[in-house]
Design a protein around this ligand. Structure first.
Ligand SMILES: Cc1cc2nc3c(=O)[nH]c(=O)nc-3n(C[C@H](O)[C@H](O)[C@H](O)COP(=O)(O)O)c2cc1C
Length: 399
């Protein structure tokens, strides 16, 4: 899986916070994603974490002081400022926020920020009192006003043992934000995309539901792929164990009827709807108010009624519609029939019986079925790559 981080040059500034240990994981994950990560440690950061850790994880020299230029970089801050696609400071102390707001340049990190013009992303970490102080808040506002992107801080347990706002956002959240910032001028910039995901739940009684095996992985991967290409993404998710993707608007729903309402309202003014959710075709006609008790009978009959076809019912002036069709047999014939019945621009047919494909897996082998040309069978791919392949095919329809 290649994300927008692949091949990017990122300066990772680490400052003197107790959360500095998390920056090692961040440096590792960014490097694994194919980014060239140049770590800059402030003097205080070196009290918490060491050069060897970051040099080992990134396979690159680490900058520590303005007058300790390492031989490969020359004048570190100027070289770093020139080549970086993005500067990330994580964790960021109250002190660095104050220095950046004032334009102080007494170390490599502040000098790099001042010398460069690339996006600056900051993940603060500090005691809640420090974060809430008028001085820090004013500095955050000043930096925001200059276009700096802030990630967090989150509320929760702080290193001091107190609970409050000041925890650094966890590494996956920071990486999702970076991808959104790097992709903001992508080929879907300015487009509004609605994606549905997960398996709906139809109540039988207050305890039981009728559902399916969808994990939500396909829809979540599409949402992330569209976000990384600059789209404004709304993800409408039936219950899923997956974490909320950063920089995506998430609406959670339960039943097919709830999903229909959420999809319809999100589609107003949108450019693209991708229905990757597994929506229950039927729902219990009369869900019980109370838990259904076991009786002496051997069988229990639950009457089902058909749910509306969500994608067929959504209309919009310029809305391009894509539906997934999970099938176990006659894949293409069934997809062709759905193409007509649902009035969609493209069907993504999915043989859920194929190995490493379908529900719960990280990979998928799909066939794109078009109204006006031969189906296109794709190889087994990571679900994120399937999402990008789908968006590549949808893009010409948007124009
Ligand atoms: C154990 C310890 C933990 C600290 N944690 C934080 C922190 O999480 N956030 C913060 O803003 N300052 C924290 N500080 C204070 C900073 O290290 C101090 O303000 C320092 O001057 C920051 O320098 P820098 O911004 O150049 O890295 C901590 C200090 C100590 C001794």
């Amino acid at each position: 899986m290649r994300t927008i981080l692949n091949g990017k040059s990122i300066v990772l500034g680490v400052t003197g916070s107790i959360a500095a240990f998390k920056a090692a994981d961040l440096a590792s994950k960014l490097t694994q994603a194919g980014a060239a990560v140049d770590v800059v440690l402030t003097r205080s950061a070196q009290e918490f974490v060491g050069v060897a850790t970051f040099a080992g994880l990134t396979h690159r020299p680490v900058s520590t002081g303005l007058y300790e230029s390492n031989s490969e970089l020359g004048i570190d801050h100027v070289v770093l400022a020139r080549r970086a696609d993005l500067v990330l400071i994580a964790p960021a102390t109250a002190n660095i926020l104050a220095k950046l707001a004032l334009g102080v340049t007494d170390d490599v990190l502040t000098a790099t920020v001042l010398a460069g013009s690339q996006p600056l992303v900051i993940a603060p970490a500090m005691d809640a009192g420090m974060y809430g102080s008028p001085a820090t808040q004013a500095n955050v506002e000043t930096l925001r006003g200059r276009g700096v992107h802030f990630i967090g801080p989150e509320s929760g347990r702080l290193a001091s043992g107190l609970v409050g706002q000041g925890r650094m956002t966890e590494v996956p959240g920071i990486i999702g934000h970076l991808r959104a910032v790097l992709g903001r001028n992508g080929d879907l910039a300015g487009r509004r995309v609605v994606v549905s995901a997960g398996g709906t739940e139809e109540a039988i009684d207050p305890v039981r539901v009728l559902t399916n095996r969808s994990s939500g992985k396909m829809g979540y991967a599409i949402a992330e792929a569209a976000r990384d290409r600059g789209a404004d993404v709304t993800l409408i998710s039936a219950p899923s164990a997956l974490p909320s993707p950063p920089c995506v608007t998430l609406a959670t729903v339960g039943s097919a009827l709830e999903m229909r309402d959420a999809v319809q309202s999100a589609c107003a003014g949108s450019d693209l709807l991708i229905m990757a959710a597994a929506v229950s075709d039927y729902r219990p006609a009369n869900p019980a108010d109370q838990k259904i008790k076991k009786t002496g009978d051997d069988s229990l009959i639950i009457e089902l009624v058909q749910n509306p076809d969500i994608v067929a019912g959504v209309t919009g002036d310029r809305l391009v519609k894509v539906a997934f069709a999970a099938e176990t047999n006659n894949i293409i014939e069934n997809a062709d029939a759905k193409l007509l019945a649902k009035g969609v621009d493209l069907i993504v047919a999915n043989d859920i019986t194929a190995e490493h494909s379908g529900f719960g897996t990280d990979t998928n082998a799909v066939t794109f079925v078009y109204p006006d040309r031969e189906p296109e069978q794709m190889p087994l791919m990571d679900k994120f790559d399937v999402g990008n392949a789908l968006l590549d095919r949808v893009l010409p329809l948007l124009n």
